[in-house]
Design a protein around this ligand. Structure first.
Ligand code: SF4
Ligand code: ZN
Length: 466
């Protein structure tokens, strides 16, 4: 089930077969379509289609190309239209300095005024940005304030409130992070399937699906293998397949994650139930606890606690029996992972009991940990893991104790050496050991790799930040 977050289905090229085109979309598993207007006329058409079809939602606004047409009266009309119950966004709005169909100053003025509408209406914005990166960020950064909350947060976390989406994103990785940090999603179009996708491949490699949406921009930007023909919403699957391939995830992972993102941004669909066990790729992850002895700057444990479209805010700590029931036959998975949005060794007894079950039934186990288990449990726990845990993955975060302490909000002088010691113990006891870092700004990946592989002598893994 995918959601095409950007399709101009009122376009005249569908006038002869709109009904069939939409049927094909639904038959191929498209759940919803968001249809943004580009002026008053098309905004009304988008609303009419949303009234006609349950699965269509509308955006209203003036595209930068049409900014010249947007006087006070016209913008009032957009605001009035935004009260329609199926309008979920102000858009598409933004800047386009490639064509300059409207004068730049006028584009900026109309863009700002429409952001004001979005703020008043508590609606997210759908942004069009072409060759105007500098100005688009200038406008957005000057407009960000506490009143700009989109539909508001799910909980009080470290993520900014979802304010909108950069549709058919065309910037580099740095631009993408800049947008994400301002509360924007990055929407990937069929361009990702092109041979000359360039920058966009890097963006998808570095930016986790937690920040992505998928779209077609129909009738434009038709993905490979139909490039050159008219686009339509059912082709959004080619976008999802390509993202999955680049990120080493399954299409199902991309579907679930982007569907949740659509819920979070546009409030379409429903909020998923909290999960105690959740599948990513073919691994089953167990949500052992939300408690942790650290408080990492990049961790959303106390916020929304979302991972790949799963909502992990459990209201109780599951027992070993509950986990075992969820697992069933562990051989159906590549591995059973002790993880969650907390430190699993805080509940070592549960981890051991479940791991024993998995091993007795022919499964594989992995423990994802901050490596503080010996301090937490006030003894060397590594010998107890032998035979129960096949792989231990430790968050190295930094080779520098001060930086480590800063990132994790703990006493780096105490915990850093303990974490290194833990890794060495795991290796000594013959447990396959991996040390990981996340891609935070300015981190020297090669230096960390060298340290892990040469000084500790275990495996190294880099993972993009989410
Ligand atoms: S150690 Fe893991 S769970 Fe704990 S705060 Fe850091 S990232 Fe979050
Ligand atoms: Zn568009």
């Amino acid at each position: 089930m995918l959601i095409d977050t950007h399709a101009h289905i009122y376009w005249e090229s569908y006038d002869n077969d709109r009904e069939e085109m939409l049927k094909r979309a639904i038959d191929s598993g498209i759940k919803y379509i968001i249809c943004p207007g580009t002026d008053i006329e098309t905004s009304i058409k988008a609303i009419e289609l949303a009234e006609k079809y349950d699965f269509v939602y509308a955006g209203v606004g003036f595209h930068p190309h049409d900014a010249v047409k947007a006087g006070e009266k016209e913008l009032e009309k957009i605001e009035e239209l935004s009260y329609h119950p199926k309008v979920v966004a102000i858009g598409e709005i933004g800047l386009d300095f490639h064509y300059n169909f409207s004068p730049r100053e006028k584009q900026i003025e109309v863009f700002k005024k429409q952001i004001q509408i979005a703020k008043r209406r508590n609606l997210p914005v759908i942004i069009h940005n072409r060759e105007s990166h500098k100005e688009i960020f200038e406008v957005l950064e000057s407009e960000i304030d506490d009143r700009w909350t989109g539909f508001g947060k799910l909980a009080d976390g470290k993520l900014p409130p979802p304010r909108g989406v950069f549709h058919a994103f065309s910037g580099n990785v740095k631009d993408a992070w800049r947008a994400i940090n301002l509360g924007f999603y990055i929407s990937i179009s069929g361009v990702i399937t092109f041979k000359n996708a360039g920058n966009l491949i890097d963006v998808v490699r570095e930016i986790q699906p937690e920040h992505l949406l998928v779209e077609t921009d129909s009738p434009f930007l038709t993905p490979h293998p139909f490039r050159g023909k008219r686009n339509e919403p059912m082709y959004v699957k080619f976008v999802a397949e390509k993202i999955a391939q680049i990120q080493g995830l399954t299409v199902e992972d991309i579907e679930r994650t982007t569907t949740f993102n659509v819920y979070r941004l546009f409030r379409i669909g429903s909020k998923p139930e909290p999960k105690i066990a959740y599948k990513i790729r073919n691994s089953l992850c167990l949500n052992i606890t939300l408690r942790c002895n650290a408080d990492c700057v990049f961790c959303d444990r106390k916020g929304e606690a979302i991972v790949k479209g799963y909502f992990l805010k459990i209201d109780h700590e599951p027992t070993a029996e509950e986990f075992i029931k969820e697992i069933g036959d562990p051989k159906q998975y590549d591995e059973i992972v002790f993880v969650g949005y907390g430190e699993p060794t805080i509940r070592l007894d549960v981890v051991k009991e479940v791991a024993r079950y998995v091993k007795e039934h022919g499964g594989k186990t992995r423990l994802d940990t901050d490596g503080h288990g010996n301090i937490i449990n006030k003894r060397n726990i590594v010998p107890e893991l032998v035979g129960l845990i096949d792989v231990v993955s430790i968050s190295l975060n930094s080779i520098d104790p001060t930086e480590y302490g800063r990132l994790m909000n703990i006493d780096g002088e105490k915990f850093h050496p303990a974490m290194i010691e833990f890794a060495k113990e795991c290796k000594k006891y013959g447990i396959e050991t991996i040390m990981t870092i996340v891609g935070i700004d300015g981190i020297d990946v090669e230096r960390h790799r060298k340290f892990v592989e040469e000084e500790i002598g275990v495996k190294f893994r880099y993972r993009p930040l989410f």
